[in-house]
Write a protein that binds this ligand. Structure first.
Ligand SMILES: [Zn+2]
Length: 489
C-alpha cells in the first residue's frame, strides 16, 4: 500500500516535470526577437564630449521642484531654457515651440505624413534637492566632469535624457533629416512632485488640441546589468505601467501631560508599534500583467534550469516569489510596499503628545485600491486606537500592450544600440510623468536608454548621482535610431 502511494507520487512528480520541460522547450522556440536591427548611428567623439559639457552646464542649474509651488524658483528653469536655445539652434529654429505654461518646454517637429499619429518623447527638467551636499564627492550643482562621468543632481534623473533628446534632434537636423511622423517633445517642470504643473498641464493641452499619440516614450527602465546572477546578458527593462503612490496618515489621540508622570504607552509609542507592524511583514503577492510578461521574457532567454523555473509559474510560483522577495527592487515588483516615512509627537521633549501621527507611503500595484490597502493595514495594526486616513491617491496606471507596433519599434532601437541586451517589459516601481500621458495613447512606455548596474541605481535621488559619458553617446544614438527608423509604429 505504502509502495503504491510512493509510486503514485513519483509518477505525478515525473509527469509534472515532463510537462514543465516540454512547455519550457516550446516557449523557448519562439523567443520573440525584436527583429533585424540596423547599424547604430555614428556620432563623432567631439560631439559626444560637447554633449557632456552641455549636460554639465544643465546640471549646475538648481531646477528644484518644491512641494509648495510658490517655493519653486523659476529663474534656474529660465536659464536652462536659454542654455538649450544656445546649444540647439536648429532645434529651436526649425521646431515649433508651443506655449505650455511657465517652466514647461514643448516642441512640435512636423512630419511629412499627416496621416500618421504623432509620437511624444518626454523627460523632465526638475530635480530633487541635495540636502547632503557636503557629503558628495563633487558639489551636486557644480559642472563637474570627471572619470568619464558628468556628476551632479539630476545628471541621470532626468537631464541626461533631456539633453540626449535635444542632441539627437540637433544632429538629425544638421544631417538634413526630416521625419515622416510628427514628433512632440515635452519637458515637464515638476515630475518629482507628481507633475501637476508640468505633464498634467501639457496632457490637458494635448487633450484640448484633440491630439492622440501613436506612442509616448518617457523616462523609466534602464539597461540593467547583472540583474539576475544566472543571466549573463543585461536586460533592457521597458516600463509598460507604473505603480501608484498613496499617502496615508496614522493618528492616535490619547491623554497628554507632563513626561514626569506619564501614562504609558503614549500616543507616539502606539504609533511606533503600529508602524513596526506595518513594516515587519510583507504584504500579499500579486502578479500583475507587466511582471508576468517580464518573467516570461526572462525565462525565454535564461539558461535552462532558470528558464524551467521562470516559464512554469503554474508549478514554481512559490520559488520565483521567494527569489523576488529577497531583493528589495524585485520585491517591489510583486507587492504593494508600505513605508513609514515621517512621524510626529509633541513639540517639546518633556511634553507627552495628545496626538501623534505618522505618514505611510504606499507604492501600490495597478489594480489595488487605496481603500483595500487601508483595510489591510487596519487588520495588520489590529488596534482600534489608531486611525488610518487616505491623504493622497494617484491615478492607477493601465498596462500598455507588448504586441503593439510601437513596442516592437522601441525594442528594435534597443537591439540596435544595446545589441547584447534582452528587451523586457516591466512594471516601473517609481512614478513618472508618463502616468499623465496614458489618457492620450494606448501605448505609453518608460525607458531610459542607458546602462546601469545596482551600484549606479543607488545613486538615484541620492548622493553622487552621475551620468556616464558613454551613456550619453548611447542615449543620443538611441533617440536618433528611434526617430530615423520610425516607419509603421
Ligand atoms: Zn525622473
Amino acid at each position: 500500500m505504502i509502495l503504491s502511494v510512493f509510486g503514485l507520487l513519483g509518477s505525478v512528480v515525473l509527469g509534472l516535470s515532463a510537462i514543465a520541460v516540454i512547455r519550457t522547450l516550446a516557449l523557448r522556440k519562439t523567443p520573440g526577437k525584436p527583429g533585424p536591427s540596423q547599424d547604430p548611428p555614428v556620432i563623432a567623439d567631439e560631439i559626444v564630449q560637447e554633449a557632456a559639457l552641455h549636460l554639465a552646464q544643465a546640471v549646475a542649474l538648481r531646477t528644484i521642484a518644491h512641494e509648495r509651488m510658490d517655493e519653486t524658483d523659476s529663474a534656474p528653469f529660465h536659464v536652462l531654457h536659454a542654455l538649450l536655445r544656445k546649444f540647439y539652434p536648429r532645434m529651436h529654429g526649425r521646431l515649433e515651440i508651443i506655449d505650455a505654461g511657465p517652466r514647461n518646454l514643448l516642441f512640435r517637429w512636423k512630419g511629412a505624413d499627416e496621416s500618421l499619429l504623432p509620437a511624444l518623447l518626454a523627460a523632465h527638467q526638475d530635480v530633487v534637492p541635495a540636502s547632503d551636499a557636503d557629503q558628495w564627492t563633487f558639489p551636486p550643482f557644480s559642472s563637474t566632469i570627471e572619470s568619464g562621468y558628468v556628476w551632479g543632481r539630476g545628471s541621470f534623473d532626468a537631464k541626461g535624457q533631456l539633453i540626449a533628446i535635444c542632441e539627437a534632434v540637433e544632429q538629425l537636423l544638421a544631417a538634413g533629416f526630416s521625419p515622416e511622423r510628427t514628433w512632440y517633445i515635452a519637458f515637464g517642470c515638476d515630475e518629482e512632485i507628481r507633475g501637476s504643473a508640468g505633464a498634467a498641464r501639457m496632457a490637458s493641452l494635448f487633450t484640448a488640441m484633440g491630439i492622440r499619440f501613436s506612442f509616448v516614450l518617457d523616462e523609466g527602465g534602464v539597461v540593467a546589468q547583472r540583474f539576475l546572477s544566472a543571466l549573463d546578458r543585461p536586460i533592457a527593462v521597458v516600463g509598460i505601467a507604473e505603480k501608484g503612490d498613496v499617502q496615508l496618515t496614522l493618528s492616535c489621540t490619547k491623554a497628554g501631560g507632563h513626561s514626569s508622570s506619564p501614562e504609558n504607552p503614549t500616543a507616539l509609542a502606539l504609533i511606533g508599534k503600529a508602524a513596526w507592524r506595518i513594516e515587519s511583514r510583507h504584504t500579499v503577492v500579486r502578479l500583475t500583467v507587466p511582471v508576468r510578461h517580464m518573467i516570461r521574457t526572462l525565462g525565454v532567454h535564461a539558461p535552462f534550469p532558470l528558464a524551467l523555473v521562470l516559464l512554469n509559474l503554474w508549478l514554481t510560483k512559490p520559488i520565483v516569489m521567494r527569489i523576488f522577495s529577497k531583493n528589495p527592487a524585485m520585491n517591489a515588483l510583486i507587492r504593494s510596499t508600505c513605508t513609514v516615512t515621517m512621524a510626529k509627537g509633541s513639540e517639546a521633549p518633556n511634553v507627552v503628545p495628545t496626538v501623534a501621527t505618522a505618514t505611510v507611503n504606499v507604492r501600490i500595484l495597478p489594480g489595488v485600491s487605496a481603500e483595500q490597502m487601508v483595510a489591510r493595514i487596519g487588520r495588520r495594526i489590529a488596534d482600534k486606537r489608531i486611525v488610518v486616513k487616505i491623504e493622497e491617491d494617484s491615478r492607477r496606471s493601465v498596462a500598455s500592450p507588448i504586441d503593439s507596433a510601437p513596442f516592437a519599434h522601441i525594442c528594435r532601437a534597443i537591439a540596435t544600440i544595446f545589441p547584447s541586451s534582452i528587451p523586457t517589459p516591466y512594471l516601473m516601481t517609481g512614478g513618472t510623468d508618463a502616468l499623465w500621458y496614458e489618457q492620450l495613447s494606448d501605448c505609453v512606455y518608460r525607458f531610459t536608454p542607458a546602462m546601469m548596474d545596482s551600484g549606479e541605481l543607488k545613486r538615484m535621488h541620492n548622493r553622487d548621482e552621475r551620468f556616464a559619458i558613454a551613456n550619453m553617446e548611447k542615449a543620443m544614438q538611441f533617440y536618433m535610431a528611434l526617430i530615423m527608423t520610425d516607419r509603421s509604429a
